[in-house]
Design a protein around this ligand. Structure first.
Ligand code: FMN
Length: 308
């Protein structure tokens, strides 16, 4: 039996609507989801906020919602019927609406990893498949060698990056630890050459931003459903996004690629270029290095480490 669990942001696919999630109490990974479009969401909002009862026909006649005093039933055409106590739904739904400081906008196309399109994207299946897939090339799997030899690269060869390498770099971002495992970040994989060009002036005219592979890591504090003040959630989101970027950067090095971390960005210009209202934390530019260089000197460990 599925129980109503939460109202969620429709990250990725359905802009400006929401997700209603029912979970199996025996297995947290099993869930049923109903997507509401922006119009459906606003109809349900007006009904619940006025404590009204009645029927809402979903956009495109996709089904209906029947709100009664006791229960609210969602009947999706050709799909499941799910029910929730109206009081519980109103509580969670109205809180969710209240918490939205500005709607999350993510304009994008769906990402389909090249060789794994048949694998269902559930319970880390797709992620594991990408991470452990056999490769045509031998990889540097020695983490300490990878971190010791990584070096920022600002000159990239024109050679394109193989799709399987891109898949691994993206999958690496998804493995990073995040606050409460809420993954308070989004990755924008910028394929459109015109958007790449726009990112150069958005990054203080650093020309190497127009690289073979460009990823923008954005903070999404609205994903972090922890009961802390918004400033704390924002701090979590920046840490989540930063760490994910670092994971992708190391993955790129392990794959024999060079990369440059771009922190010198005009956030508004980046947001405009990639079409989101999520704030970027960094851009990661990746490609084959024209030249391999030795690691830069660092502080003496004795100076860096403070034993207290
Ligand atoms: C937070 C942060 C911001 C950075 N911003 C830029 C940047 O805007 N442009 C750039 O060319 N390099 C940038 N870098 C790369 C650093 O300059 C580089 O990592 C540093 O000089 C050490 O060199 P290494 O990466 O080769 O060890 C940034 C690195 C970090 C961690």
């Amino acid at each position: 039996m599925y129980e109503f669990s939460k109202v969620d942001y429709p990250y990725i696919k359905k802009e400006n609507g929401c997700r209603l999630v029912w979970a199996d109490p025996q297995d947290n990974d099993k869930e049923k989801v109903i997507y509401l479009t922006e119009d459906d969401l606003s109809n349900l909002h007006s009904m619940l906020s006025q404590k009204a009862m009645g029927r809402i026909t979903l956009e495109d006649n996709a089904g209906s919602i029947i709100v009664n005093e006791e229960n609210t039933d969602f009947n999706i055409k050709g799909g499941q019927s799910l029910s929730v106590k109206t009081k519980l739904l109103a509580e969670k739904f109205l809180k969710f609406i209240e918490e939205q400081e500005g709607k999350v906008i993510i304009k994008c196309k769906e990402y389909n990893p090249t060789q794994h399109q048949q694998i269902e994207d559930v319970k880390n299946k797709l992620l594991s498949a990408i991470l452990i897939a056999e490769t045509k090339e031998s990889l540097d799997t020695d983490l300490f060698h990878v971190i010791a030899t990584r070096r920022s690269t600002r000159k990239f060869a024109t050679k394109p990056i193989e799709d399987w390498k891109i898949d691994k770099i993206l999958a690496a971002a998804d493995t990073a630890p995040t606050a409460g495992n809420f993954q308070g970040f989004e990755v924008f994989y910028i394929k459109d050459p015109k958007i790449k060009e726009k990112l150069v002036p958005a990054a203080n005219n650093q020309p190497y931003v127009n690289a073979p592979l460009v990823l923008a890591f954005c903070k999404n504090p609205s994903r972090v459903k922890l009961n802390f003040p918004p400033e704390v959630l924002k701090k979590f989101a920046i840490q989540d996004a930063t760490l994910a970027c670092a994971y992708s950067q190391l993955a790129a090095s392990a794959l024999g690629l060079g990369s440059i971390w771009i922190g010198m960005i005009d956030e508004e210009k980046v947001m405009e270029a990639i079409g989101t209202n999520l704030r970027p934390s960094s851009i990661l530019c990746i490609g084959y290095p024209v030249q391999k260089r030795n690691p830069k000197p660092r502080r003496s460990l004795k100076d860096l480490i403070h034993v207290v």
